[in-house]
Design a protein around this ligand. Sequence first.
Ligand code: FEO
Ligand code: CA
Ligand code: CA
Ligand code: CA
Length: 681
Amino acid sequence: MTDHIVYEIDNSGIEPMSNTSNNPTFSEILTHRRQFLKGSLGTAVAAFMGTSLVACGGDDNKKKSNTSSSSSSSSSAPASSSSSSSSSLAPLLGFAAIAANRNDVITVPAGYTAKSFVPWGTPLTGSLPAYKADATNTGADQEQQVGAHHDGVFFFPIDAKTTHTNSSEGLLVMNHEYIDDKLFHKNGPTLGATRPADEVRKEIAAHGVSVIHIRKNASNWEVVTGSPFNRRITSGTPMDIRGPAAGSPLLATKYSPNGTATRGTINNCGMGATPWNTYLTAEENWAGYFVNKDATQAREHKRYGVPNKNGRYYWELADSGADEYVRFDASTKGATALDDYRNEPNTFGWMVEIDPFDPEGRPQKRTALGRFGHEGVIFAPAVEGKPVVCYSGDDSQNEYIYKFVSAEPFYKATAGGWLLNTGTLYVAKFNADGTGEWLALDVTNSNFTAKAAAAGVSFTNQADLLINTRTAADLVGATKMDRPEWGAVHPSTGEVYFTLTNNTARTEAQVDAPNPRANNATGHIIRWREDADKTTFKWDIFLLGGDVGTVTGTGTSAVTLTADNHFASPDGLLIDTRGVAWIQTDMSGTQQGSGPYGNNQMLAADPVTKQVKRFFVGPIDAEVTGVTLTPDLKTMFVNIQHPGDRSTPTSFTSSWPEGGGARPRSATVIVTKNDGGVIGS
Ligand code: FEO
Ligand code: CA
Ligand code: CA
Ligand code: CA
């Protein structure tokens, strides 16, 4: 290793906070903080519950009397005055909660089976190169194998475009967020003045997305070998840039002088399935993969935390000097932007649409949805003749939650990705009284332009605004949140739920009603209901993470976490078609190792009663992230990311899934109920 490079590969997955805006937290404008907090939370809950909950046919004004002995305190009170009477409904969650544990296996409730599936390195396309247990596969191999660090995932039934009912064959599409460089190569990464190009090629190929055609034969799910649908999309795959920012001079590069194309998608975390059955993959912590050594960084780099010393894995130092690698150095080098890659980072930070049923189709970056650390995206149920609505969180400390509303109405017969090219991007402001507002980020909106002018900030056009989405959101007074992760929409009530994973940077002075705890190490889940005009909403806090005894709410609506459901750092989230909320956790290795929660896990919740039960515990030092079900709800796919991520090249802290001391590998887990029933019932 040369002495002029200090290698500090950061695998925390958490971008350093880059929101230095003066945009105040609620409490900064209040003088009696504690009184405010106490009062405002109560007010917020009251405002939210003043709107009628319609889930699950509950009859109004009856208190649920929970007769369960195993998790009584978790569900001893109704979520609202209109919560249903348990006597008239079968319980949503029929399984026995499992205990937290620190085992290097998957744990599921009695009566369920969990099997690993399609781990990192599974041969998928081309010559189907076999996975090598000593991690000596080449870059070319990796381009034909399932990627690393499984994350957001969705099962598209093979008949998705028509009847959408097939539960025995489909396309399993999943993200590959990043790599553990120490486990990814036999001896860890080779670090010097340059890096071996094939190591870089392999790392780039392990990122991105896999499309995997799968079929159930008898009781086992198998990859359909040789299927034309099997596909790898990587951090090097050519893709188009579409929507208002396409063609902007700020996206022009040596590769795409007209600013309409780029190569690859990076750090794909959560996802969203569109109402027209395509897959949107989110670009989350992409900024760290680049380096810009300019003395002064442009706002479209600085506000996103592009490093000024080196990229996360030093891809810019590949010894071949090939254009596809040097592009990760965004320093100004040439005479103009067409001579270098100063704008390359601007082509990342978007939601990217992939049609898994079109294996030749180029992925499309949908710029109208904004540029930030997209965790994922969740669509409200599409309504014929109405605009398409989706929500996306920006997962960094003190960042925001956004909503996109299409300009054109949805019609099932003609719907497509074009609907995401025009529309309005909004950012959320959560008021202390339980109301909220969607603030338009639009250069033609007079409210927006007035605030921008008052702050002395300008955007040349909507493309400039979208490329600088975070800066635009700062101007309008959006609410700084505790790291927004996944969202979910309840299928019958339309309520939107968002996980706020944690925020240890929030100070006492920054506590506000929607983010009510300083040094929030355990996170919470917020939810809202849109008002009729769709520009305002009512919100409340659904659940606070924490140890046994943590209480959410007050009075008769209070719920208390127990040993059956205590959790921290909620992240992945899905509400299935039965209305079960599946909550996944992403605790750090330290939080898992030293806290009371055990390994990362998945809990099932009834959004109406707030009954919560632990359903799944992952292996050692892994994240449980990404969950999807077949239409019949009888097969669940759950992703396990970075098992053993505190390993060294010679000492593994996990050997999941193979066991026996094998190198740990991210993989999918298939969960079924032994009696063939619905998962969670
Ligand atoms: Fe990739 Fe915000 O988790
Ligand atoms: Ca992760
Ligand atoms: Ca996540
Ligand atoms: Ca996370």
